[in-house]
Design a protein around this ligand. Structure first.
Ligand SMILES: Nc1ncnc2c1ncn2[C@@H]1O[C@H](COP(=O)(O)OP(=O)(O)OP(=O)(O)O)[C@@H](O)[C@H]1O
Length: 248
């Protein structure tokens, strides 16, 4: 499980996180929503230890993220980056097996390739795709490859950063369904950032809305539509009128 307690982070005079407290129970899928620039990425980077908070605590399974061995800590995470973030110079299978070919999770090359092909199949891609290069794939296929890479090392914790950005609505739906299935079958603890309300409804067990540097609302997806928080209501219905200032 992941617990953030009163986390603050500023960049110069930009006070982004102003006391974020959030608990992600083990095996649950937490989706973080909120306007552009509200600090969703900064929150996730803080959990990964890529951004150091100015104050507050972040614990994974009761342990401060900055304590202990960094390699062993990062080996527990999988990450699907915004835009796929594949290496153009590497064939697909080496992208998928990237972390199995080096570092704490290193395996023999043949085994790493087999795992990559197995994960590609899991996300609906045939084995022949393994030897293509990312530039030869459509955006939807690249997203699947990114997903296969995120799950390659069977991580306990997975982060999804805008998993459907740039995809058409049907492909976005396919990726959302795939993420939900995989998360359920792996029993992974996940945090997802998205602006896509369809993703929220497909992927989330719980939803947290970040606004003005704090978690404005948090609860199970089943309670989201009926919640009487005016900020949440405005955001999920995409209304220009409400307490959140829309800059036009
Ligand atoms: N390394 C950094 N240095 C300086 N400012 C930063 C840095 N990282 C983030 N910020 C600032 O922190 C704020 C929050 O950024 P963040 O990327 O977390 O927003 P977000 O909620 O993920 O937005 P979006 O939905 O647009 O991706 C922004 O104002 C951004 O400029």
């Amino acid at each position: 499980m992941i617990t953030l307690t009163h986390v603050h982070k500023s960049f110069g005079d930009n006070h982004v996180l102003r006391g974020v407290s959030l608990h992600v129970p083990k095996g649950q899928s937490m989706v973080i929503i909120g306007g552009s620039g509200t600090g969703k990425s900064v929150t996730i980077k803080s959990v990964l230890g890529l951004v150091e908070p100015d104050s507050g605590r972040i614990e994974v399974d009761g342990r401060e993220v900055h304590e202990g061995d960094r390699d062993a800590f990062l080996a527990r995470f999988g990450m699907l980056f915004q835009g796929g973030a594949l290496f153009d110079s590497l064939p697909v299978w080496q992208n998928v097996a990237f972390r199995l070919l080096r570092g704490a999770l290193k395996r023999p090359k043949e085994e790493a390739r087999e795992i990559a092909i197995d994960k590609l199949r899991r996300v609906g891609l045939r084995a022949a795709v393994a030897d293509l290069f990312p530039s030869e794939l459509s955006g939807g296929m690249q997203k699947r490859v990114g997903l296969a890479r995120a799950i390659a090392a069977d991580p306990e914790i997975i982060f999804f950063d805008e998993p459907t950005t740039g995809l058409d609505p049907i492909m976005a739906g396919v990726i959302n369904e795939l993420i939900r299935e995989i998360v359920t079958e792996m029993g992974a603890t996940t945090m997802t950032i998205t602006h896509d309300m369809t993703s929220v409804r497909t992927i989330a067990d719980r939803v947290a809305m970040l606004h003005d540097g704090v978690i404005q609302w948090e609860g199970p997806i089943s309670e989201m539509d009926g919640a009487d928080d005016p900020y949440l209501a405005q955001f999920i219905r995409g209304r220009a009128d409400g307490p959140i200032e829309a800059v036009r």
